[in-house]
Design a protein around this ligand. Structure first.
Ligand code: HEM
Length: 154
């Protein structure tokens, strides 16, 4: 999931530079196809969180910090879903899943598509910020001798 999200995020912005070239269509459809696959997987992953065996957090972390981590994770999930849902609702044309399967856009109302295009842009920005913070936190805890946090994530 992380790989798909980071890839889609980078390519989503790189697409600006590819506009007008033949690569735009290819990478745009590939991005949408990967994100389409990611959507049900993300849903299963979200539900599985409530049933999987939970791993204890490393000792020595204050209750407030644990609460903050829980809050940030909820915001993280919410933002990912906002990005995915807005991605579908902003579509101004149909696309082909990996060039094979025709997918009809769910909403064909320009004003609604435009609204969700804006929502997609902003939710992508928020997701990008959380992603960078997430990676920075992992690096920090790894460098400062707390690799158990990275192990817990994996
Ligand atoms: C993994 C989740 C996703 C991420 C990280 C992501 C990321 C991005 C980013 C960063 C942009 C550029 C935003 C900007 O110009 O400010 C973008 C554009 C776009 N996204 Fe997404 N997106 C995701 C899911 C989706 C989904 C599910 C769809 C629809 C199936 C979609 C369709 C689009 C479209 C149509 C554009 C405009 C550029 C283009 O034609 O490809 N995205 N996305």
């Amino acid at each position: 999931m992380a790989v798909i999200i980071i890839y889609a995020m980078c390519v989503g912005y790189i697409l600006h530079a590819l506009e007008g070239t033949r690569w735009f269509y290819f990478f745009s459809e590939l991005n949408m196809s990967l994100a389409t696959i990611a959507t049900p997987v993300m849903l299963v992953r979200f539900i599985w969180r409530f049933f999987r065996p939970s791993i204890e957090r490393p000792a020595g972390i204050s209750l407030r910090k644990k609460q903050m981590v829980a809050l940030v994770h909820e915001v993280f999930y919410l933002t990912i879903f906002a990005v995915l849902v807005s991605g579908f609702l902003m579509l101004h044309k149909d696309y082909h899943l990996f060039g094979l399967l025709h997918v009809t856009r769910p909403v064909d109302v320009p004003v609604i598509n435009q609204f969700f295009f804006t929502a997609h842009r902003y939710s992508c920005m928020v997701l990008g910020i959380i992603l960078v913070m997430h990676v920075a936190a992992v690096l920090k805890y790894t460098v400062t001798g707390k690799p158990e946090i990275l192990r817990r994530m994996l």
